[in-house]
Ligand binder design. Structure first.
Ligand code: NDP
Length: 331
């Protein structure tokens, strides 16, 4: 189901106190959009740092997260996913008013039951498929942007109306409208892209480089052909605009034949098995989310992975080529 402006009543959110937990990427964009939609009772919860300074410059008076939670009828939980469980337990859970609505911008913490939710709390998702700057710019320019919405817990019986009211006030129900989804679906697809699809694509580029390098081709030529020319970005843009396969019509006939004849014969069995294992065993089981909530472990593991990738031949070739290109770029 797709929801449009007509399905929403912005007056619902206008009559509430909306507390923002976090004033980063999404927090700032959504708070400014709500204010421009004449939502007048907005409280920003943030520690006293650069984000709070930004909120002040934007005309808000930031308070502590605890204080924002105490005042809010609607809580916009807009801090990084991996920090939400800890902040929830330490600063949010004990300060929530009765009959509050929680709004998340990604499904992760709700889908994997990482938040201890009060019984009387409604839970909805309003998840823009867009970085914060895009959410703000498009609102100002009156351009639609894609967004997923869902009702996860409806104690009041009015959770959908509240959800759509917020989506409309941040500009997410314009144009083609906001798409009905769920936290499980949003988090599942997002994590699948991060843990199955894109790593496989990156590994394919890595191995492509290794084979071409072994064959004696130059780093500059390989990397330009693979991505430095930005051709892949253009291909994906056309795939989005005209169709995943239809964009092939912009390639030469030789290229079309090469791509189609190889892809049509690729049985994909091994990769499908691998993808299923990642989706079921790691993602939907909640195993990954449980591990990733251990923020100390998560930070250490991420540092380790960054260290390891520095030695990959494609990464070193990328650095060498950039060094060579630098003087030309400046001209
Ligand atoms: P940001 O990294 O921009 O969030 C920064 C904000 O979170 C700041 O206000 C910061 O305050 C606060 N914060 C960070 N760590 C903590 C902590 N440990 N305790 C308290 N506050 C903290 O996040 P995003 O806006 O990128 O993401 C917010 C939500 O939006 C997430 O659920 C994300 O999945 C979702 N989302 C993000 C999109 C994006 O493009 N970025 C797109 C769609 C959804 P301070 O550090 O000062 O305490």
């Amino acid at each position: 189901k797709i929801y449009h402006d007509d399905d929403a009543d912005v007056n619902i959110v206008r009559s509430k106190t909306v507390a923002f937990i976090g004033y980063g990427n999404q927090g700032r964009a959504q708070a400014l959009n709500l204010r421009d939609s004449e939502v007048n009772n907005i409280i920003i919860g943030n520690i006293d740092d650069d984000y709070a300074k930004q909120a002040q410059e934007d005309g808000f008076t930031p308070v502590s997260i605890e204080e924002a939670v105490r005042q809010g009828d609607i809580l916009m939980l807009l801090i990084p996913d991996e920090d939400q469980q800890t902040v929830w337990n330490e600063k949010i859970r004990n300060n929530i008013k009765p009959n509050t609505t929680l709004v998340v911008a990604s499904g992760y913490n709700v889908a994997f039951n990482l938040l201890d939710l009060p019984d009387d709390m409604d839970v909805v998702m309003v998840a823009p498929r867009m970085i914060g700057a895009g959410v703000r710019d498009r609102y100002v320019q009156n351009i639609p942007y894609p967004c997923f919405v869902s009702v996860e817990k409806d104690v009041s019986g009015t959770a959908l109306a509240t959800c759509l009211s917020i989506a409309c006030a941040i500009g997410a129900t314009r144009g083609n409208g906001a798409v009905s989804s769920s936290c499980r679906e949003e988090a599942g697809i997002d994590l699948f892209a991060e843990q199955a699809l894109w790593p496989e694509i990156m590994a394919i580029f890595r191995e492509g480089y290794n084979v071409l390098h072994e064959a004696g081709f130059s780093d500059e030529a390989i990397l330009f052909d693979m991505y430095l020319s930005k051709e892949p970005a253009e291909i994906f843009e056309r795939a989005a605009d005209e169709g995943f396969v239809k964009q092939l019509k912009y390639h030469s006939r030789t290229s079309q034949y090469g791509q189609l004849s190889t892809m049509n014969r690729h049985d994909g069995k091994d990769i499908r098995e691998k993808f299923r294992r990642v989706l079921n065993d790691n993602i939907l089981s909640g195993n990954f989310a449980k591990k990733w909530s251990n923020t100390k472990w998560a930070a250490e593991e991420l540092t380790k992975e960054w260290k390891e990738v520095e030695n990959a031949p494609i990464v070193q070739a990328d650095q060498r080529v950039r060094e060579v290109l630098k003087p030309d770029r400046k001209k």
